[in-house]
Ligand binder design. Structure first.
Ligand SMILES: *[C@@H]1O[C@H](CO)[C@@H](O)[C@H](O)[C@H]1NC(C)=O
Length: 224
């Protein structure tokens, strides 16, 4: 009687252990069958190639063209940004932008940045801008972005000089307008690269300012 009792106890232990092992292997089998289909795991792990364009343009530029992107300032809060051939020339991060007009000069043949400067058009000295515009060398590309107020100090001479770079809107630029532009020294025609938004209290996106503007494109390299 005692021997059979021990045997029964051992049989019970054996049954429990085998059941446990069975359950475990069943679970792990199920885990394996749960594996994702190959095409799905491939999709998840494979790197989807990202085509990075210069300056983050929506389309890459053809050969012999320079890529550029200009954003105006947003109200009087965020400064403008200018990118040329994947190089950020002016931006709030670079800490070289200011209220008024932000202007960068680029050699139209080599694509090298010559200079960049911002001109306070609210309380600044407009003579500095006139001098700057008059001294632009031949074959130079001119990138312009407004920030806050590009218009208060505008005079006829500046409007004329900016128009001679190919601008259509320099003539009417006023208090707190948004303006982005790419032109060139002594351009004979009007530049296709320009956007303008008049400050209009009933249409403004921000309280006292129109929406910021973005301009991107490919400008042909000047062949000498
Ligand atoms: C522009 O680049 C060309 C070619 O590198 C050079 O010959 C010319 O002198 C440059 N012009 C200016 C204004 O830097």
């Amino acid at each position: 009687m005692r021997v059979s009792g021990v045997l029964r106890f051992l049989a019970l232990i054996f049954a429990l252990v085998t059941t446990w092992i069975c359950i475990r292997s069943y679970i792990s089998l199920n885990m394996k069958t749960l594996r994702l289909p190959r095409w799905l795991t491939d999709l998840a792990t494979k790197e989807i190639p990202v085509v990075r364009t210069k300056c983050g343009l929506t389309k890459p530029c053809p050969k012999e063209f320079f890529a550029f992107k200009i954003s105006s300032g947003a109200a009087n809060v965020v400064g403008p940004t200018m990118c040329f051939e994947n190089q950020v020339i002016m931006s709030p991060v670079k800490n070289n932008v200011g209220r008024g007009l932000n202007i960068a000069l680029v050699n139209g043949t080599s694509g090298t940045v010559l200079t960049q400067k911002s001109f306070d058009m609210y309380s600044g000295d407009v003579k500095l801008l006139v001098k700057f515009l008059k001294e632009i060398p031949e074959g130079t590309l001119v990138l312009v972005a407004s920030y806050d107020d590009p218009g208060t100090k505008m005079n006829d001479e500046t409007r004329k000089l900016l128009s001679s770079l190919g601008s259509s809107y320099a003539k009417q630029l006023g208090f707190r307008d948004s303006w982005v532009f790419l032109g060139a020294k002594d351009l004979k025609d009007k530049s296709p690269f320009e956007q303008f938004l008049k400050n209009n209290p009933s249409k403004n996106k921000y309280d006292g300012w129109p929406e910021l503007l973005e301009l991107e494109g490919c400008v042909p390299r000047k062949i000498v």
